[in-house]
Design a protein around this ligand. Structure first.
Ligand code: UDX
Length: 416
């Protein structure tokens, strides 16, 4: 099929490359000329395993074309995907102005029967409004891609959700995804819009439950890993998305949980459960800061804190709303002398130490803030020798406490 994808951000780029790989003729439109040039040259502007290979292959065989013109992209399209950013606006509400301005811009040039599909995470009513503005059939097709495994998530999704007010629109999308083996759920537009928020809200709540449970375990002297294993064997609960840590972050959970509270409030429902998740997550950052302060002898001013990890999770260079950065900001505000290392990410204003081992030189405390597996492979004896102090705050429960203590370092984990 002939497909246009508007917006070469995370979602748009993976969607465009993925659909081209499945044999469609895809035109990806992006406003930023530097990004267009980079993608055309076969370089992925995001760190995403598997994407560079697929990008090069689809550019080479002509199934993917990249342009800076939205008009050119949609000229012959049968389906147009809107994959535009919906950043957090005032009061937690998602800002959909980018979607509406593109809908207005394209109304006059879209082919008459082409289907306009929203990929972006948008509040209730947005798709209907896109239909009014474009005067074309619309559908909602939310994405559930995780950074770091976005290509696999595209090729092997748990489900495909299609929301529409007119069943006739569904057939084209079913045809488009024909070679993907996944259940297809067809809903009305509003339900599809809510599904995306409901999924991210639930997952954020699960992570927060694990974090809160870890805090209970710290208070009573239990080991949260055993507790979570003990409940995870219950098939109603399971093991995934239950890793305690420094709090959740990233480009989706923080924004979508706030948007969910706002979406409910606008409709007259006080979603206090989700407000509690957000507040508990904020407390988790502060708890991590307090652990570092205690490990530094009760005072952060002047303490040298080495931090391993800046990305919001392992496997990505994304630092948006990263727990590591939230914690580092608080450490720096309290006067700590912070130096960080991350295998992929960097953040302006946060000093970096070159590599993992030079970063810990002379450190009073080592904080592990992102769960990069390579952090497990360093020689703990060498770590103990490089540091001035002797405390590791492992905010991701990445290291083995027994091995850490065996080299004379103290170990502070999460809930263990
Ligand atoms: C998320 C959703 O998983 C995805 O379906 C949606 O499309 C976009 O948002 P992503 O933002 O890539 O994906 O990150 P995810 O892997 O969900 O992690 C979010 C945050 O929760 C990270 O900070 C991560 O470290 C944290 N997390 C996750 C935990 O602390 N413990 C866990 O067990 C899982």
């Amino acid at each position: 099929m002939r497909v246009a994808v508007i917006g070469a951000g995370y979602v748009g780029l993976v969607q465009a490359v993925g659909l081209a790989h499945l044999g469609n003729k895809v035109t990806l439109a992006e406003r930023d000329p530097a990004r267009v040039a980079e993608i055309r040259a076969g370089r992925s502007p995001i760190f995403e395993p598997g994407l560079p290979e697929l990008l090069s292959a689809t550019l080479a065989d002509g199934s993917l074309v990249v342009t800076d013109s939205n008009h050119a992209a949609v000229k012959d399209a049968q389906i147009v995907f809107l994959a535009l950013p919906t950043p957090q606006g005032d009061d937690g509400e998602a800002d959909v102005s980018a979607i509406y301005s593109v809908a207005d811009e394209l109304a006059a040039v879209l082919p008459q029967d082409c289907l306009v599909v929203t990929k972006s995470t948008v509040p209730v009513g947005t798709n209907l409004e896109v239909g009014i503005r474009t005067r074309r059939p619309v559908a909602s097709n939310p994405e559930f891609l995780r950074e770091g495994s976005a290509v696999t998530d595209f090729m092997k999704p748990d489900r495909i959700v299609i929301g529409t007010e007119d069943r006739r629109n569904v057939d084209q999308l079913i045809e488009l995804y024909r070679s993907i083996d996944a259940p297809i759920l067809v809903t009305d537009l509003t339900s599809a819009e809510v599904i995306k928020y409901a999924a991210n809200g639930y997952l954020a709540a699960r992570v927060t439950y694990a974090n809160a449970m870890a805090n209970v375990c710290e208070a009573v002297g239990a080991d949260v890993r055993d507790v979570l294993l003990g409940i995870g064997y219950d098939h109603r609960i399971g093991f995934s998305f239950m890793r305690p840590g420094p709090g959740f972050g990233g480009s989706c959970f923080p924004k979508d949980t706030r948007a969910l509270v706002r979406l409910a409030a606008d409709a007259g429902y006080d979603f206090s459960l989700m407000s509690g998740v957000i507040a508990t997550n904020e407390e988790q950052f502060a708890r991590t800061v307090a652990k570092v302060r205690d490990a530094a002898g009760g005072k952060l001013a002047g303490a040298r804190v080495a931090v391993w990890g800046l990305a919001f999770k392992a496997g990505t260079d994304d630092v948006r709303e990263s727990p590591a950065v939230r914690v580092i900001d608080q450490l720096m505000e309290a006067g700590a002398d912070v130096v960080a290392f991350d295998p992929q990410a960097s953040v302006p204003g946060i000093p970096e130490g070159g590599d993992a081992m030079s970063t810990i030189k002379g450190a009073d405390v080592l904080l592990i803030a992102t769960e990069w597996p390579e952090f497990q492979r360093y020689d703990l004896r060498a770590v103990a020798t490089q540091m001035r102090g002797s405390a590791i705050v492992d905010a991701r429960n990445l290291l083995d406490p027994i091995a850490v203590r065996a080299v004379g370092l103290s170990y502070i984990g999460v809930g263990r």
